[in-house]
Design a binder for this molecule. Structure first.
Ligand code: NPG
Length: 367
């Protein structure tokens, strides 16, 4: 039975600044939802950033939506599944819904004594680990940073790109590290379809994919771009649900999908997108949003599903944090182990949670 929902707020520094085409992060503002049951509690991590620059969602807005609209929909019998059905009238707000859903799922799976990986249908016990490399100040730094990550065992490198900082980066990394490394780029919507000819130069470098080259709403542009370049187009920001995934695939706007549970409203929707892609032979991979151990653990469970045939953005905790909120996830021979104990398999360390503030407690109606 669900007794209460708590909101926990805090912050954590990143070990190095992370620059994308939309901004630079040096730390993460954190919001966790804790679903308190009779015997256990479940945790969900909100992936929204401080500012609405990756998508229209942002952290303070999630606090408001969760507190004002989502929590009042809950009762003692609520499950992740009933919550998602009840929350359907609330438009958008995927990251808010995903946070509440994740906490409920963790709680109910702990009660049922099964792991999230098992519940979702995972068929792997460890997943290959990719790393996302932010835009660097110069090419020397880029080469140094990529070299360090490869030495740590990361099996796939993703370079963040933006206009003025793209083809040269890829050329340099290929030249330095050879044609064998798995390499892809991510533009975070920084181009327009008028850049198709420019982006076609990427075809020379045998990339796994180019991720979200154009604005999220520009599906027609992606269709056009995908016709003009040979590098597979992967969508991230544009895919917010099973329906948008199906539409994008039908239109041939992309041939690969990055699945992020936070961006699509939760793990249940993420699984549906996975199932659709698996049935169509479309490769998927699990994205990342600089999650701490809470979100990272749940993403590992998802990434262990059979359709996740490309390495994802699930790096070791140390890629981002000097000390994670949970016991750290580590990379070993290029892989990270999927938690296999009940629920998401991890909980915040008490000494780390001590730096957080429980900012709200909502008692849940008895039905
Ligand atoms: O390893 O967790 C990670 C981050 C991977 O590059 C990454 N994420 O656009 O996919 C992205 C990007 C991102 C980070 C987006 C933070 C939004 C916020």
């Amino acid at each position: 039975m669900l007794r209460a929902i708590e909101l926990w707020r805090g912050g954590i520094a990143l070990v190095s600044p992370f620059r994308t085409s939309f901004g630079t992060d040096t730390s993460r503002d954190l919001l966790y939802v804790r679903a308190v049951g009779d015997e256990h509690s479940g945790w969900g991590e909100c992936v929204a950033g401080t500012e609405p620059n990756y998508s229209s969602e942002y952290l303070e807005n999630c606090v408001e939506v969760i507190s004002r609209f989502l929590v009042p929909m809950l009762c003692a019998d609520s499950t992740a599944q009933s919550f998602i059905a009840d929350a359907a009238p609330i438009r958008g707000n995927y990251m808010s819904k995903a946070t509440v859903e994740a906490a409920l799922l963790d709680l109910q799976l702990r009660d049922q004594k099964i792991s999230l990986a098992k519940f979702l249908g995972a068929n792997k016990t460890k997943v290959p680990s990719g790393v996302s490399v932010g835009i660097q100040n110069n090419l020397n730094n880029l080469v140094r940073v990529v070299g360090e990550y490869l030495a740590q065992g990361y099996v796939r490198v993703k370079l963040k790109i933006e206009p003025g900082s793209d083809i040269e980066l890829v050329r340099t990394v290929r030249k330095e590290f050879g044609d064998e490394i798995l390499l892809q780029v991510d533009a975070n919507a920084a181009y327009t379809v008028a850049d198709a000819k420019h982006l076609k130069q990427l075809d020379a470098f045998n990339l796994l994919l180019i991720e979200q080259p154009l604005p999220e709403d520009d599906l027609a542009g992606h269709v056009e771009l995908a016709r003009q370049i040979n590098t597979p187009v992967c969508l991230d920001e544009s895919i917010t649900s099973l329906d948008t995934a199906r539409g994008a695939l039908d239109l041939k706007a992309c041939s690969v999908i990055n699945i992020k549970p936070g961006r699509v409203g939760g793990y249940l929707e993420a699984k549906k997108i996975h199932d659709l892609c698996l049935s169509r032979g479309v490769p998927v991979w699990c994205g990342g949003m600089l999650e701490t151990g809470i979100g990272r653990a749940a993403n590992l469970a998802l990434a262990a599903l059979p359709g996740f045939t490309l390495p994802g953005d699930i790096s070791a905790s140390a890629r981002y944090f000097a000390r994670d909120i949970t016991p750290p996830f580590v990379i070993e021979s290029g892989h990270i182990e999927v938690p296999n104990t009940v629920g998401i398999g991890v909980e915040p360390l008490p000494e780390m949670l001590a730096n957080f503030k429980r900012t709200a407690v909502f008692e849940v109606a008895k039905n």
